[in-house]
Write a protein that binds this ligand. Structure first.
Ligand code: B12
Ligand code: SF4
Length: 459
């Protein structure tokens, strides 16, 4: 029985050198986790394809196709699903977007999986073999906050050389915060932790020196994180991941983090404006000045990737230059910018829908690089141009050099990281056909979105 597991092309975070495509990020764990959950029948033949780094084999003779979907890739996923279903090959859809909008996904699938698949995927495979595939599989809620029995992912089934960091590991799922633009509270409403022994076993199976934790907030539970970092020290790995500013409150946590091999952290700084941070549910960012955070991180020799978002209601046209100036002043090692995007299921989506300010329901635009909202204090065009300007400006060599001044750690990694982003962003902007929704760009070409508007407003 041939099972094909696919992730559609995310069309970002990669560089192309002739025919060779390389992701600048970590290996995703979505389909290699499904692979490890697949019952081990001798006749099962698994093929994994990450469309971001290789072509999806549309002529593959599969018995079953599984597709993993995040919002920005939903249209491409549905096109692949429709293609295989036309070939009479059954398709199962799962992942973040399916969990957020199951009704939409069902129109393109023989079966959908809502939520995590640890309980449901093994059962689905048994049902499929028995010829009794169900329409919907839904995980039942776990009691407690521990996530047992997640087997180590089958990383060996992905093309290792295609990823900047091929060894990714996940210790926790979810986050206890509720930032208004974020998908996480809707997709994983409960914060769950894998037993530290399981995570350590997983880390021990990784081949390289560097690993990426793809947890959305690795130290969300401080006691758990300390236990994990203590257990990692003897392994001698180097690692990076995402964290919130809350980690800064605990010096013991910070030194364990460093001792366990942390070399970079990504923080969602989002904005330099206090009322903006409070209104988006990120008031916790106000607990320490960004200068202080950078000072501590420099002291620990941990590189900082700092994310800022443009398009908040308080943002005026000055925000772009002010942010770039601040990013340089702070010496953020690798800055990242995004546009304020109302992912379905998020608090922002509900608010902007009511205010009639969502300009596009075309999921292709939901990659945080397209303007999909009507900003409060500028036009969509001004928001897009300002965003583009900020990215280009921040990655000018003189600014990169300024940010790296006095840096004694990870300088080569940081320099190449910045250069890679510079190339990636330049290509992305050159390739983007339009970065504004149809409705503002080409009034005649606006798709009919009454369906979405009515349906979402009802809920
Ligand atoms: C690796 C990663 C990427 C990779 C790969 C993305 C991909 N196709 O999944 C890359 C680098 C391309 C990427 C890009 C982006 N990403 Co990203 N990314 C991640 C990250 C850090 C890890 C994914 C992962 O490995 N998860 C671990 C696995 C085990 O969990 P899982 O995917 O949910 O899978 C489980 C279930 O969902 C289910 N399942 C999943 N797929 C399937 C399929 C089938 C058939 C079945 C049955 C079940 C099933 O089973 C799994 C086991 O339980 C997640 C955060 C996270 N921790 O999940 C964000 C995340 C997926 N990304 C997110 C975002 C916002 C982005 C970007 C916009 C960021 C940016 N500005 O650059 C872009 C979007 C690109 C685009 N065009 O849309 C959001 C998704 C929001 C949304 N509604 O879609 C997340 C959730 C982060 C967050 N904080 O909100 N990302
Ligand atoms: S943006 Fe980060 S801190 Fe906020 S809810 Fe999402 S994962 Fe949690």
């Amino acid at each position: 029985m041939k099972i094909l597991l696919v992730m559609p092309d995310a069309q970002m975070h990669k560089i192309r050198l002739g025919p060779l495509v390389r992701s600048m990020r970590e290996m995703p764990l979505s389909i290699c986790t499904l692979a490890s959950l697949t019952p081990m029948y001798p006749d099962i033949d698994l093929r994994l394809v990450d469309g971001s780094v290789e072509n999806v084999p549309l002529d593959y003779d599969a018995d079953l196709v599984g597709i993993s979907i995040i919002t920005g890739c939903a249209n491409r996923a549905y096109a692949i699903a429709d293609h295989f279903r036309k070939r009479k090959i059954p398709v199962v859809l799962g992942g973040v977007h399916v969990t957020l909008l199951p009704g939409e996904a069902m129109q393109h699938a023989d079966s959908i999986v809502i939520g995590r698949a640890e309980q449901t995927w093994p059962q689905l495979i048994e049902d499929f073999r028995a010829g009794s595939l169900k329409d919907i599989y839904l995980e039942h809620e776990l009691t407690g906050d521990m996530l047992y029995s997640v087997p180590p992912p089958r990383r060996d089934l992905h093309k290792r050389s295609r990823y900047m960091i091929p060894d990714s590991v996940q210790a926790t799922r979810g986050c206890k915060k509720a930032c208004d633009f974020c998908t996480v509270p809707a997709v994983w409403p409960k914060f769950l932790k894998r037993p530290v022994e399981d995570v350590i076993q997983d880390v021990q199976l990784t081949k390289g020196k560097y690993i990426a934790f793809n947890d959305v907030s690795i130290a969300e539970d401080i006691d758990y994180a300390k236990e994990l970092f203590r257990a990692m020290i003897p392994l001698g790995k180097r690692w990076g991941g995402l964290a919130t500013i809350n980690i800064m409150k605990d010096p013991e946590l910070l030194s364990l983090m460093k001792a366990s091999g942390c070399v970079y952290l990504l923080f969602g700084f989002e904005s330099n404006d206090r009322p903006t941070l409070t209104s988006m549910g990120k008031g916790f960012n106000l607990s320490m000045a960004y200068d202080e955070i950078m000072h501590v991180m420099r002291g620990l020799r941990i590189s900082v990737q700092g994310c800022f978002v443009f398009g908040f209601d308080h943002d005026t046209r000055e925000v772009f230059a002010n942010t770039v100036e601040r990013v340089n002043e702070l010496g953020i090692d690798i800055p990242r910018f995004s546009l304020y995007t109302p992912y379905p299921g998020s608090l922002l989506f509900k608010r902007l829908l009511k205010e009639n300010r969502i300009l596009s329901f075309n999921w292709d635009d939901y990659d945080t690089m397209h303007v999909v909202i009507q900003p409060s204090q500028m036009t969509p065009e001004e928001l897009y141009q300002g965003f583009k300007w900020a990215y280009r400006e921040a990655f000018k060599i003189r600014h990169i050099r300024k940010r790296m001044k006095g840096l004694t750690c990870n300088s080569i990694i940081n320099f190449f990281g910045n250069l890679t982003y510079k190339i990636f962003v330049r290509r992305l902007f050159n390739e983007q056909k339009y970065a504004l929704p149809y409705s503002t760009h080409d009034p005649g070409g606006a798709p009919d979105d009454t369906f979405y508007r009515d349906r979402f407003l009802e809920n």
